[in-house]
Design a protein around this ligand. Structure first.
Ligand code: SAM
Ligand code: SF4
Length: 341
């Protein structure tokens, strides 16, 4: 069985949200006061998560698992869940690829355990290198902790290391060039993400979103960029190669920078994702307004066949696109942190 849909796409990459809670309050993601968190009994237990992942990898063709949230480092069982995932085998007999999307807080202290558990890769979110701007955007003064985590990942075997940055008009456009320089100097792969209507309700306005074109304009002022013309496959980021620079003070060995232009250049036609929320709901798209409830199947004695059949059924009706540009578009009922970004 596989997670195919009517538009010829097959999902092989699963985003696994391990919690809806977070220790930051990024303005584009969460309200200042946080959200009504899921009661703990509604979240899947570690054993339930592992059962869902077993069905996904061993029956439904999932080959990549990305752990996210909320903040996945807040999940005490994270390393145990990763270790159990690495015991699974895909159809071609390999363990699934495992990665983590995190704000980085405390990652340095957990890194050895996560690597020992089998974590393959990490993406760290970082929207500014200016302490005051970072604190304003994330509503917490934690930039030094993120930088410590990045240093620790650089010293670890995890590669590639990706940095995710959301740019907001009037907030952190000045961060574009310094973030690029910081990442190029350290061999980190920077990905700018266009802000999507997935934050606190009614706060997204298209005109306030900094577009891919605007981000590239800024980068072109500092670097020689050429589009990477290798096939993009299912990767959401469009990539540009940055030529090495030898000028004193800004020298770097070159690299790639990406932009995930979900709004201005949607990549829905190539989407290979499925998602499971911390409370066990399958979502076929970030923007879905419907979910498929695996938790009830799990807790009412359903079999692995029942779980697989429900998941396959959800994907069969996956819409062709997210429809942000359609007049009838309505944002999803949950915000990014509750879906799992
Ligand atoms: N807490 C972790 C983190 O921040 O990396 C993982 C979860 S977070 C929801 C995953 C990614 O979604 C982050 O890179 C964050 O910047 C991004 N994100 C959150 N809200 C977004 C929005 N409204 N538009 C675009 N990206 C968003
Ligand atoms: Fe937390 Fe990540 Fe959302 Fe920021 S983007 S509030 S770190 S879940």
């Amino acid at each position: 069985m596989q997670l195919g849909d009517r538009h010829g796409r097959v999902a092989t990459d699963l985003r696994v949200s391990l919690t809806d809670r977070c220790n930051l309050r990024c303005t584009y993601c969460m309200p200042a006061d946080g959200l009504p968190w899921l009661p703990s009994e509604e979240a899947l237990t570690d054993a339930e998560v592992v059962r869902v992942l077993t069905v996904a990898v061993e029956r439904l063709g999932i080959t990549k698992l990305r752990f996210t949230g909320g903040e996945p480092l807040l999940r005490p069982g994270l390393a145990r869940i990763i270790a159990a995932s690495k015991e699974l085998r895909t159809a071609d007999g390999r363990p699934p690829e495992t990665s983590l999307t995190t704000n980085g807080l405390g990652l340095d202290k957990r890194l050895d355990d996560l690597v020992a558990a089998g974590l393959d890769r990490v993406n760290i979110s970082l929207d500014s290198l200016d302490r005051a701007t970072y604190a304003r955007l994330s509503r917490r003064d934690r930039l030094p902790d993120v930088l410590t985590a990045i240093d620790a990942v650089i010293a670890s075997p995890l590669r590639p290391i990706k940095i995710n940055a959301v740019i907001m008009r009037g907030e952190n456009e000045q961060a574009i060039a310094p973030l690029a320089q910081f990442c190029l100097e350290r061999g980190l792969q920077l990905r700018f993400i266009e802000q999507m209507p997935l934050g606190p309700r009614h706060e997204w306005v298209r005109s306030a979103m900094v577009t891919q074109a605007e981000i590239l304009d800024v980068l072109h002022q500092h670097h020689t960029l050429t589009p990477v013309d290798e096939p993009r496959g299912h990767a959401p980021a469009e990539l540009w190669r940055v030529e090495p620079d030898t000028r004193p003070g800004i020298a770097h060995a070159g690299g790639t920078i990406g932009v995930i232009a979900s709004v201005t250049h949607p990549f829905c036609a190539a989407c290979d994702r499925s998602r499971i929320t911390a409370d066990g709901q399958v979502r076929t798209c970030l923007f879905s307004r419907t979910e498929t409830d695996l938790r009830t199947i799990l807790r009412s004695g359903g079999s692995d066949d029942d779980l697989a059949a429900a998941w396959v059924g959800a994907h069969a009706s996956k819409p062709a696109g997210h429809g942000i540009d359609e007049p009838t578009f309505l944002p999803p009922l949950r915000t990014m942190s509750a879906i799992g970004g």
